[in-house]
Design a protein around this ligand. Structure first.
Ligand SMILES: *Cc1c(COP(=O)(O)O)cnc(C)c1O
Length: 455
């Protein structure tokens, strides 16, 4: 198997980051096809791939594949490589740290990088109260630990999550995630004491404003759970996998007020929306919402595995010594990367860059939507944007259209992702290192893809 497949080309220099898209073979090309055959033979089939294309280099707004095709990246490896996938400060910091040491375990002999990341998280996250942070590896692991902390602090067990929520693939976070296929199907039984409340979903909520949507959710929580049993309300301030749903203004604030009044810990899952992605450092900042605990991951470390829970000192410090941790949590390479990411966001003005990307992309999408009623809604913030696709002149979800547009974009060398409970949302998550020219080229392709599909 291995000896018959095409050898990978010798490593070359990173492609120029301001280059245009370039297709030199069909997508996928012969080397990707050969590697996909090896994947099928060697990798568990439960691990799906969006595109059958193997990466050789990536950076700026581009991914170069093993056949020499240069693709435009509107996915950032699912909102991870916010600063780009080979950002110079991140590369240098990781190289330097790898040469110094790769691991000692922070629970055995600690190191400064972990402490420095905690200090930065405490500084950057919403609210100027006294904070503490703890580091983990994945988003799901951090969400689980936020629940552990909230339960320990309150002495209560129940957790409320929302319709369309996505919180991960571990046992507790599967229970917290809404969508059965593919995340939960066949994997039960799920963790107990997880309850689901209705979200604010402006496109499908009729006239319900944010305050009314909060009242609707609170009514469900009070009747079906009871504040006295409730440790935490966990919510994505802008939903990720669930469809990039931005709740109506006032929804999050209404929930926070109710949590404060009832001794319930308000947890913001900013795993996807955090770290400059939405045109603010955190999505909560858009509405001045201050969570008690905030969960971060994805964009935090430029692609290295790192996640965190940051929160009120009295809640974070409620847990006994040894109650939180893990072998790899806050790995030194990941911490070095995170510090370089934060420096890059601040020094390069990437929060503002996300806002500029929003302006460009929303203008492009607006032009398309004005003459095509299959775009039901354009939504999101910053460089976390999406269109919900519907059957023309209705609000009926059209997942086949989303799949077809994505397939045409992929064939033309533009990486786009779909999402949503109904699978009918095309989402755009470009790295903030993408150029305007690359964005325009990518949305030319998106526009042509939609135009080419008969209503
Ligand atoms: C991706 C994601 C997670 C899970 O993160 P992993 O690192 O994949 O475990 C949790 N919450 C949200 C909002 C996410 O987008």
């Amino acid at each position: 198997m291995t000896e018959t497949s095409a050898p990978a080309p010798a490593p070359t220099a990173q492609p120029e980051l301001d280059r245009a898209r370039r297709l030199v073979t069909e997508i996928p090309g012969p080397r990707s096809i050969a590697l996909m055959a090896r994947k099928t033979a060697a990798v568990a089939s439960g691990v799906g791939t969006t595109m059958p294309v193997f990466a050789a280099h990536a950076g700026g707004g581009l991914v170069e594949d093993v056949d020499g095709n240069v693709l435009i990246d509107l996915g950032s490896g699912i909102a991870v490589t916010t600063v780009g996938s080979s950002a110079p400060r991140v590369v240098a910091a990781v190289q330097e740290q790898a040469a110094a040491f790769t691991h000692t375990c922070f629970m055995v002999t600690p190191y400064e990088g972990y402490v420095a990341v905690a200090e930065q998280l405490n500084r950057l996250t919403p609210g100027d109260h006294d904070k503490r942070s703890v580091l983990f590896n994945s988003g799901a692991e951090a969400v689980e630990n936020a629940v552990k902390i909230a339960r320990h602090h309150t002495g209560r067990q129940a957790v409320v999550v929302f319709d369309h929520a996505y919180h991960g693939r571990t046992n507790l976070t599967m229970a917290m995630t809404a969508k059965s296929m593919p995340y939960k199907h066949g994997f039960g039984p799920f963790a107990a004491e997880v309850y689901r409340a209705p979200l604010s979903y402006p496109y499908r909520d009729g006239d319900l404003d944010g305050a009314d949507a909060a009242a609707r959710a609170i009514d469900v929580i009070e009747k079906q759970v009871g504040a006295a049993n409730l440790a935490a309300v966990v919510i994505e301030p802008i939903q990720g996998e669930g469809g990039f749903i931005v709740p109506a203004e006032g929804f999050l604030a209404g929930l926070v007020d109710w949590c404060r009044a009832n001794g319930v810990v308000f947890v913001a899952d900013e795993v996807q929306s955090g770290f400059a992605r939405t045109g603010a450092m955190f999505a909560c900042d858009h509405e001045d919402v201050v969570p008690d605990l905030i969960v971060t991951a994805k964009g935090i470390a430029g692609g290295l595995p790192l996640s965190a829970v940051t929160g009120r000192a009295e809640m974070m410090d409620a847990v006994h010594a040894g109650g939180l941790g893990g072998t790899y949590g806050g790995n030194p390479l990941a911490c070095a990367a995170a510090l370089a990411v934060i420096e890059t966001i601040e020094a390069d003005g990437l929060v503002a860059r996300a806002g500029a990307i929003e302006d460009l992309v929303v203008a492009r999408l607006g032009t398309i939507a004005a003459r095509d009623s299959r775009i039901g809604e354009i939504r999101g913030r910053g460089a976390m944007l999406a269109v919900e696709l519907v059957v023309a002149d209705t609000d009926a979800p059209d997942p086949a259209l989303a799949r077809e547009i994505a397939a045409r974009c992929h064939a033309e060398g533009v990486i786009v992702l779909t999402c949503g409970t109904y699978g009918n949302v095309l989402r755009f998550l470009p790295p903030l290192s993408i150029t305007d020219a690359q964005l325009h080229e990518a949305f030319d392709v998106v526009e042509a893809a939609l135009a080419g599909i008969a209503r």
